[in-house]
Ligand binder design. Structure first.
Ligand code: HEC
Ligand code: HEC
Ligand code: HEC
Length: 128
């Protein structure tokens, strides 16, 4: 038991060090390799553009799951909107609260920009 705790302690320290090294080496960018920004409508409608983590999805699903039944394989060629998502099309084929989380937290997808809530600009602060 004592040895186990010691081992865990060492393992955790190593992980922390590795984490710090990794953070140090990672270039400071918001997007990851092969992320796709989707912004045909979002900004025009007051939302931050959508960052679609392509790689994240590619390692979890075969290409054929999405291409071309759900998405045409060309950046900017899909007309996606929230009613289609909520009806269970496009991202909503999976982001429906069953296969993946439901599209309730806007900022999880509308993440290109500084606002965690996904809105393009925060409303002016209420007068005090
Ligand atoms: C699963 C990811 C996802 C989530 C979560 C999400 N959206 Fe979207 N949304 C998209 C995508 C993708 C588009 C299409 C973007 C484009 O082409 O510009 C979009 C487009 C939009 C648009 C413009 C088109 C339209 O339907 O009018 C608005 C407005 C919008 N979203 C609002 C919201 C709000 C508000 C929330 C939170 C309640 C939200 N979205 C949550 C993915 C998402
Ligand atoms: C979860 C769904 C999903 C999966 C799985 C997926 N893609 Fe995609 N792919 C997308 C979306 C969404 C876009 C962006 C479409 C847009 O911008 O309208 C895209 C775009 C693309 C593009 C166009 C990029 C560009 O710059 O024009 C290529 C090429 C592509 N995917 C190849 C693949 C390959 C190869 C695989 C499998 C290894 C794959 N995709 C798996 C959803 C997916
Ligand atoms: C084929 C199913 C599928 C489709 C289609 C799909 N997703 Fe996902 N997505 C997933 C799954 C599964 C996860 C992981 C959910 C979890 O961890 O609980 C995920 C996670 C994510 C994440 C979080 C990634 C992270 O780093 O944690 C984002 C952002 C996201 N999806 C955006 C989108 C957007 C935007 C679209 C549409 C353009 C989309 N997804 C379409 C299945 C899908």
């Amino acid at each position: 038991m004592k040895n186990f705790r010691l081992l865990m302690g060492v393992a955790i320290s190593l992980l922390v060090v590795a984490g710090i090294v990794l953070i140090g080496l990672t270039p400071k960018v918001d997007a990851e390799y092969a992320d796709i920004t989707i912004n045909k409508q979002a900004e025009k409608q007051g939302m931050q553009p959508v960052m679609f983590p392509h790689w994240f999805h590619r390692i979890r699903f075969k290409c054929k799951v999405c291409h071309e039944d759900i998405f045409i394989m060309k950046k900017g060629s899909n007309d996606i909107n929230m009613s289609s998502i909520i009806k269970g099309n496009h991202c909503g084929k999976c982001h429906n609260g069953k296969i993946a989380w439901a599209p309730l937290q806007c900022g999880r997808c509308h993440s290109v920009g500084g606002n965690p809530d996904g809105l393009l600009t925060t409303a002016p602060a209420a007068p005090k």
